[in-house]
Design a binder for this molecule. Sequence first.
Ligand code: AKG
Length: 295
Amino acid sequence: VALPAGGVARRSRELAGQMRAIPISKERHQMLAQAQIEEFHRNCFLTVPGLFSAQEVATLRADLDTDMQETGPFVIREGKSDIVRAVYAPHQRRRSYADLVTDARLLGAVQQMQAGGLYLYQLKVNTKLPFIGEDWAWHYDYAVWGAVDGLARPDLISVAVFLDDVTEFNGPMVFVPGSHRIYQDRPLSGVGGHKAHVEPDDFAPTTAEMQAMVNDSGLVAPKGKAGSVLFFNASVVHGSATNISPFSRRLAIVTYNAVDNLPAPGRQRADYIVCPPTAALTVRQPAPRQPEAVA
Ligand SMILES: O=C(O)CCC(=O)C(=O)O
């Protein structure tokens, strides 16, 4: 797809127009088997291998490479270095990421997991570069989104599309299975003043809490080939270690929120971090499957 010429703001406006023009389907898509949905609700995460083809992954990687060259507040650095840690909202600038949002393999599957209308809450790529990609502290996402954005309920599901093979070496996400049952009703105190990216460190469980949880439930690090997809809910405790391997570990993470679970008045962060609420998204008809799958 040829990228629209011009600055970031103009590309963003043009992509928004193209997204509205995409033919859409009103049907609910049956992407997942009942057993997979049950596994998701039991563990709070689910890995599905080989959902995206090698060609699709190559396009997402190439568009990310271009996007990482942009200058803007949407590019987050590791500490005070120039090393890219995350890129927010590539869907506002790149067609391949705009298409991900309504892709049946993501949105259709999430619709099977959570009833009711969904809108795009956040889209980011965590880049975790070879040798230098830093860790992500233990946390559950709703701890941040409830406290910072004032969301009333943890009714969000994230989908991580693996842009690289995720292995034991390159800092996979690590989950405490079933920990969503511990935290989903935990009251959250307001943490004010955030306008942009929030590191999860301030929202981490204590070491004693982590020890007890892991004694009880263990840890799981879902791995898979590039093109695989990992679904996880907003209440499950997770984190990841530094990438000391020579292999990058890029994850495109798309987060959907219930349309009636909006940021509290006055708490809306920048549009590239927390997307403005929209009407319920509708699944786009999937493109014909490429013959050569990655997995
Ligand atoms: O990229 C990772 O390893 C963890 C990401 C994460 O926990 C988050 O973005 O909330």
